[in-house]
Design a protein around this ligand. Sequence first.
Ligand SMILES: Nc1ncnc2c1ncn2[C@@H]1O[C@H](COP(=O)(O)OP(=O)(O)OP(=O)(O)O)[C@@H](O)[C@H]1O
Length: 626
Amino acid sequence: MSISIPRKKSHSGYRRRENDWRLFLRLLPYARRHVRSLTLSILLLVPVAVSNAVQPLLIGQVISLIRKEPSTYEFLRNIPFWQALQFLEVLLVITVIIRLIFTGFQGYLVQKVGQQITADIRQDLFHHVTSLAVRFFDRTPVGKIITRLTSDVEVLGDVFATGAIGIVSDLFSMLMIVGFMFSIQWQLALLLLVMLIPVSALIIYFQQQYRKANYKAREELSILNSQLQENIVGINVVQLFRREKFNAELFRKTNTRYVKEVDKTIFHDTAVSATLEWVSLVAIAAVLWIGGYLLLQNNLTFGTLSSFVLYAERLFQPLQQFAEKFTVIQSGFTAIERVSDVLDEPIEIRDRANPRVSVFDVQFGYIDEIVEHLESEAEHSKPQLGEIKFEHVWFGYKEDDYVIKDLDFTIHPGEKVALVGPTGAGKTTIIRLLCRLYEPSQGRILVDGIDIRELPQAELRRYMAVILQEGFLFAGDVKSNITLADGYSFEEVQQAAEKTNIAQFIEQLPQGYNTQLRERGTNLSSGQKQLLAFARAAIRNPQILVLDEATASLDVGTEALIQEALNKLLIGRTAIIIAHRLSTIRNVDRIFVLKRGELIEQGNHEQLLQLGGLYATLHNLQMLGN
Ligand SMILES: Nc1ncnc2c1ncn2[C@@H]1O[C@H](COP(=O)(O)OP(=O)(O)OP(=O)(O)O)[C@@H](O)[C@H]1O
């Protein structure tokens, strides 16, 4: 178990920082599905922004009116004082009510849409990740994928949940305020505007720094989660080999790095708030200083000065909110960038757009028909389907490092072939290639004369059943672990269990077929898990059966029971059996002996013994062992 996860120096944050605009465009298809709610929520921001900008003006007018200053609007001067005052107060109350109601409703709407968009993205990510080729999972730590699917998507949701979309309204508010200010008194308006420019530049700088730190923090979080996941999954090894202290130290180091990066984000975030805090006070002081001077010179009324004191505060207030939201949006962009990394991961193994053929078209319409056909005639005639052909197949997990070299063989319908060879010879790899979990670098693989790349993957995998050494079980009951949501009836499940001689074992479980299994089947033994894997294969009536060390974890008694069931199951089907214990494959039709990815011997047990090659050596060694 390796705990250290290579830390890429040039992570994609540096490698390819997509510009924000392009990242934003990635959200558009999702936003388009909720276009009405989104438009409404943006439209609602307009009256909120207008009310916000109008309030200081109204307050200034009230003061001017009371002090009978010339800056009072003409039409207010022409109506009785109390009526004018009432008019301004009513307007003020209306603006307050508009802000109150619309802000609340808008917030609710945006959050609701945000949650839906987040759920859509999460769903797409899940679908995409589960469609990716095994190669992707070979190189990507699970924790990293989980972080992207959970917390990165969550951060994206925060963009909506915190109302960061209201950034539009903050911008609009600022524009409205600037407009109103210039309409009242241009010198003071200019003063505030000039102050706004360097402050905005400073904020943009801090935000950029924040973004960089945030990307790194998210990367560290991925590593942290990977370590966590690895330690939990491998808890037995961790405890048996007393790695707790050592792993805790590794974890502490990553944790410290994570906290350091988060600290940086906090620093840049608070730097923005602090800057804005004092700038808004300086702005008020500047307005009072210059405004006071103008007032003393009778170039400014008291009412207008009051309006500007309020404007100075309000101009920086949206900027402050803008900065806060900008921080959330920056994290959101980081999240889109990271989520996009996964979404952009090409699906290496795809079905052809128009698959030319279907394996089921060959002779029968549907697999069950094939099986029915086989079961009725199997005893008497040789099956016609289930041929496997490897044509000069080469393959390497890494480019040019071939682990399968020029494999060229045909397995005839109904033939039972065993793959033997030393550890690492490439036996499992052959199975993976046959199931199209990986694609050959050169050559092709044919099933019943059809190149497997021409077949939809679902059909190919329905045509064959693979039983691995480690049966994987999902959380759920025994029944659903056999059907795997394929719509088989309870009777069929029972029949499959009986066919594989495991019905008795299932009935002994506390609730029989309804016994709940824990995640990864931790409440069953390895042998018991394996038994369920046999039933899972049997119910599917596969034409090709692949057993990869499938009986290795069974005790001798159970193995004999399963072997008997297997013998029945194998009738009329092609089978590939991987086994290390050569005694279990003595009766197969042909044995392929592999060494470093090459097929070096083939024949039946007797022939190979006579040949006196690698098989004979392995056989003799095992005989000595017994
Ligand atoms: N996912 C992988 N990524 C990179 N290399 C791999 C991967 N899986 C297997 N290999 C390498 O490919 C070679 C063949 O492996 P394979 O699992 O096919 O051997 P095998 O014959 O099934 O071995 P065993 O008998 O131990 O199960 C080995 O050298 C192994 O290290």
